[in-house]
Design a protein around this ligand. Sequence first.
Ligand code: 6GU
Length: 252
Amino acid sequence: MRISVVTIFPEMFDALKCCGVFRRALESGIIDFMVFNLRDFTDDRHHVVDDYPFGGGPGMVMKVEPFYNFMDWYKSKFSSNPFVILTTPQGKRFNSDVARQLAEKEELVFLCGRYEGVDERVVNMVDEELSIGDYVLSGGELAAMVMIEALSRFVPGVLGDEDSSRDSFYNELLDHSHYTRPREFRGMKVPDVLLKGDHEKIRLFRHMERIKRTILRRPDLFLKRDLNLEDKKAIIQLVRLLAEGKKVEEME
Ligand code: 6GU
């Protein structure tokens, strides 16, 4: 998969390339990642990328020409038809489903918006405008990094263990708790059930935790879920424990 970004702050993407799962995906060649400086695609001597808004108002607007120059160059160089994304707080909300859909594309281009906005004519050559949440960032770079990191986890081969991409949100339940050694730390104990090696019980315990967490923290996710047999069994056990005045961690 090829992912390209155009931005006035290319250095910001060093943070994405430097480490972890994404770095390994680059090194193994599963993802071909390129970052371009929008200033290299300006027409004027001073490499100006923004200008005053027609009609007045505060702030600056990102100019249209550099984005079109970039896309013309990109298409001539890679002779392709990439899926083009503009990062903007006005965009459709990015989530796990969007990440999975984007991961299926051959070629993605992220245009990073900055300042108060981008000339509306840039939107004409964009396939999708995306936002990562209801707050304003000074620029789309961090948002693009969030999206790229999240979608790359759905690209086959990026995660060693394919199952790890099926964690929180994949099937609309939050994740269960995790523990490693030591068994006891400052009086805080690992739940007994995890130490006893009864794998059927461990599965039930974890499923109960996922159900309980999702109901308490994200009822919106839980309401969207079609309950399966496992869910119902976990709920029965949860209600039983509740009736006995016990916590999930006290499961026998
Ligand atoms: Cl994609 N861009 C900006 N500038 N702010 C945001 C955003 C994007 N998503 C949430 N806030």
